[in-house]
Write a protein that binds this ligand. Structure first.
Ligand code: CA
Length: 504
């Protein structure tokens, strides 16, 4: 039965691909334009940044992916296996780009970049981390990535109106933080005469207490230390301290009693005027003050600097990732690799980058004082988010281009923008993100080890925080079990990857 379904699926896929997939033969001239087939989703409007770019690049792209395609990765694998590839391949996996490249399905781009992509070459020279991450172990570059911009994505938020009511400053240290949470619990900041406040709540089911790890400089996975060592954080002393402290806070009812299972935590705790602090995404969390302004009078839920952790350091563990797993590539069936590379390079020019980020001048943005300013149709669209509205025009579709964070600043809540600035300017976020790469055998082994380790780890964290098992007496057995499940092997893989990263 399974086989039959699979066969049927393949036939459907082939049928949907055949209608458009140009296998290189279709590429040719369309008037003065060179037509290149493109394996990627077609934007929904007729006038897009791709049609706008035709006159500037001499290239028109013909989207060949059927709108009905639900399994993109499978459709792509099938087109490669059946040697029916479009000229340009968009995808979202670095591992796949490299795998397909090494199999010969994608053209190595190193020479083409050198000779035909001055904008992208300049970018790579100025961003060696991008070059490092997108180069395969055979030394070839097989794809041009979508590079995310911006430096920070998560941070602390606190009920400033509660602090004001209780006459308290924002907590600066972990001790002050604790005392503030106790005050939130005991002094009725929501003013309803009941002791119903929940000082700290979490990001949602599945996240558990992990959003508070910054206070302890720990994590539930591997961390790369500045001394060049990779460590499995749950086996380090800081993790134990985190567990003991968070258990205490939980027991004292400073943390949401349902932190492991509750969903939509901000709707619940802010909407009902019950929660005091969360560590969460800047962009979305900033919007709650406006959303619940009517139902929670005086609500003022604002970003807060990270309280100094157990080592006295104010830190945000995560830095916004540059992404670089999505992007586009030139298939081996493409008869115009040079022209295609020139076309790719256009999107790294100032004008191309502006279009990729802001869309079409006069339609989605205007130039104001020399800077693109998104129009109301994007920033104040009643039916869709700014990103979705831009996607209709082909902008922000995560093909090979460099995102411009200023596009986000224009639609993001000013509270979020201000908070992110505070985190960056005060250097709470790590200066750079360590982005190691894995060899193919490492990748599969790592996935396996992480899977079994995480299952056990999550189970133990929950038991400990909820008080179902004692942390001190069970700790040695915990470390032993992590080793049984391959924690040391995982560290070995990560150390090798980190060594390569530091050596390159
Ligand atoms: Ca109360």
């Amino acid at each position: 039965m399974k086989k039959l379904i699979a066969t049927l699926l393949s036939i459907t896929l082939i049928a949907s691909l055949i209608t458009g997939c140009g296998n290189g033969e279709k590429s040719g001239s369309n008037g003065d334009l060179l037509e290149l087939t493109y394996f990627g989703m077609k934007p929904t409007t007729e006038k897009t940044i791709f049609t706008e770019a035709e006159a500037k690049t001499g290239v028109s792209v013909d989207f060949v992916l059927s709108e009905n395609t639900t399994d993109y990765a499978q459709a792509l694998a099938l087109s490669i296996a059946s040697k029916d590839m479009a000229d340009i391949i968009k995808h979202s996996s670095r591992a796949d780009f490299i795998k397909f490249g090494m199999q010969g399905a994608l053209v190595p781009l190193n020479d083409l970049i050198e000779k035909h992509a001055p904008n992208y070459k300049k970018f790579l020279d100025e961003n060696p981390d991008v070059k490092k991450y997108t180069t395969a172990s055979d030394g070839n570059i097989y794809y041009i990535p979508f590079v995310q911009d911006g430096e920070t994505s998560t941070g602390w938020f606190i009920r400033q109106d509660w602090l004001d009511k209780l006459g308290l400053p924002q907590p600066k240290t972990i001790e002050e933080f604790y005392n503030t949470m106790v005050a939130f619990r005991d002094n009725d900041p929501n003013g309803n005469g009941q002791k119903d406040e929940v000082p700290m709540f979490g990001m949602g089911a599945g996240e558990g207490v992990s959003s508070f790890y910054g206070l302890f400089n720990t994590s539930n996975t591997v961390m790369y230390q500045e001394d060049g060592k990779a460590v499995y954080a749950p086996m380090e002393e800081n993790f134990k301290t985190a567990m003991l402290t968070l258990r205490k806070w939980y027991e004292e009812k400073l943390i949401d009693g349902e932190i492991f299972t509750r969903k939509q935590t901000r709707e619940y705790f802010i909407g009902n005027d019950l929660g005091g602090v969360v560590h969460h995404w800047f962009g979305s969390t900033a919007s709650y003050t406006k959303r619940f302004a009517d139902s929670v009078p005086g609500l003022n839920f604002v970003p807060m600097a990270p309280p100094a952790g157990i080592d006295g350091v104010q830190r945000e563990l995560e830095r916004r990732d540059k992404g670089m797993n999505e992007g586009w590539a030139i298939s081996s069936m493409n008869k115009h690799p040079e022209e295609t590379m020139k076309y790719f390079d256009f999107w790294w020019s100032e004008e191309g980058r502006r279009m990729a980020n802001f869309g079409i001048e006069g339609e989605t943005y205007d130039m104001v004082d020399g800077k693109p300013q998104l129009k109301e149709i994007i920033t104040n669209n009643k039916e869709k988010t700014a990103v979705a509205a831009l996607n209709d025009y082909g902008a922000q579709l995560n093909f090979g281009f460099w995102q411009d964070f200023s596009y986000e600043e224009q639609w993001a809540d000013p509270i979020a923008v201000e908070g992110m600035r505070m985190y960056v300017e005060n250097k709470y976020v790590p200066e750079k993100l360590v982005k190691v790469t894995y060899l193919e055998n490492e990748e599969s082994e790592r996935t396996k080890l992480n899977g079994q380790l995480n299952t056990y780890l999550n189970e133990m964290i929950q038991k400990w925080i909820l008080g179902q098992e004692d942390i001190e007496s069970g700790y040695d057995a915990f470390i032993k079990q992590l080793k049984n499940l391959g924690a040391d092997e995982l560290v070995k893989i990560e150390q090798a990857a980190y060594d390569r990263y530091l050596a390159e």
